[in-house]
Design a protein around this ligand. Structure first.
Ligand code: GRF
Length: 216
């Protein structure tokens, strides 16, 4: 079966992008990263993608002012022009409108650095520390119009330690992000992950130790 054509949308460092690119180097992986789009020209991840020989496009949101629609039309045109089948948001710091989200329904994933539904939004590690959470982690979910509230594909947790700072905790969480994002994309690309009335179902795929699915 042909590998699914994936675009990764970033705004910054791109470590999750790197994890996806690394996973897709295996020719048996069911997806290939064919395009990286950044809304910030200076995103480090763009440099990484170029080094990996992947096509990159910058769509600088500041060129569009407050016109989100025009920004998203430009984005959609680039994705369609590259025959993209799946979109992965990886540290992409723009809110997307329902117009765009609808076009990628069931085909757009995001990674969030918390165990959703806990700690939505920004500064999740600070939120976890100030809430006194004992456990924290990461979630891959489908993107829907409600921010950080789309159907959960999978999660992995890490312990919060007494002397953690937001930085030490972020590093521990990032390590599991890099495991679960390639896994979730694999499931979606190979067709074992399906959305059924807003809930993720996995057919014929194995959930490794340390990874949880709400419905498994
Ligand atoms: C990650 O923590 C991701 O979960 C969040 O933004 C961060 C992006 O990091 N959405 P990177 O650019 O993938 O290194």
């Amino acid at each position: 079966m042909a590998r699914k054509r994936v675009a990764v949308l970033i705004s910054g460092r791109g470590s999750n992008l790197a994890a996806l690119i690394e996973a897709a180097k295996d020719s048996s992986y069911p997806a290939e990263i064919v395009l990286v789009v950044s809304n910030r020209p200076q995103a480090e991840g763009i440099v990484y993608a170029r080094g990996a020989g992947i096509a990159t496009t910058i769509i600088d949101h500041t060129d569009y002012g407050k016109n989100r629609k025009a920004f998203e039309h430009a984005l959609q045109a680039v994705l369609e022009g590259s025959g993209i089948e799946i979109v992965c948001l990886a540290g992409f710091m723009r809110l997307l409108t329902p117009w765009f989200i609808d076009r990628w329904k069931g085909r757009m994933l995001n990674i969030h650095p918390a165990l959703l539904p806990n700690f939505k939004g920004l500064h999740t590690h600070e939120q976890a520390l100030s809430a006194g959470a004992k456990k924290h982690g990461a979630t891959v979910h489908f993107v829907t119009a409600d921010m950080d509230a789309g159907p959960i594909v999978c999660q992995a947790s890490v312990p919060v330690q007494k002397d953690d700072t937001a930085e030490t905790l972020a590093e521990r969480v990032l390590a599991v992000e890099h495991k679960i994002y390639p896994l979730a994309l694999k499931w979606l690309a190979e067709g074992s992950l399906r959305l059924n009335e807003g809930t993720c179902r996995l057919h014929g795929a194995h959930v490794p130790d340390g990874v949880t699915m709400p419905t498994a």
